[in-house]
Design a binder for this molecule. Sequence first.
Ligand code: ADP
Length: 139
Amino acid sequence: MTERTFSIIKPDATRRNLTGAINAVIEAAGLRIVAQRRVHLTEAQAKKFYEVHAERPFYGELVAQMTAEPVVVQVLEGENAVAKYREVMGATNPANADEGTIRKQFALSIGENSVHGSDSLENAKIEIEQFFTEDQIVG
Ligand code: ADP
């Protein structure tokens, strides 16, 4: 089934000029980048985006990291895009990520782990709507 998922290339990656390298991994996996925009998240945007983690000890650090430098927000489209992108990203902690995954190749730590990807189709829809209107997504 063709799906859309939401991706963020995080500040640790944009800072190291890795947008193109990460996009190459995404495209090689057969996912199409059907919307993409560079944005410097405000504190309010980052807090809202990660509000499910508000009670976690790392929340403050996560919000600080996500607002430190610009990010690239993206919509990816393809067969089973949500699960496929989770596979391509690799485990949250790069120490546990499989060879060839984005996080294995590029992540610095469990916090600065280079990319975000939606964890369900339902969340993908919610997250896409936070950053893109339907007319900005060109499949
Ligand atoms: P994922 O991004 O793989 O879906 P989570 O939803 O569990 O992972 O966490 C969201 C983000 O919060 C992670 O990508 C990472 O940047 C940060 N994070 C998660 N766990 C930790 C932790 N133990 N310490 C620091 N940062 C963390």
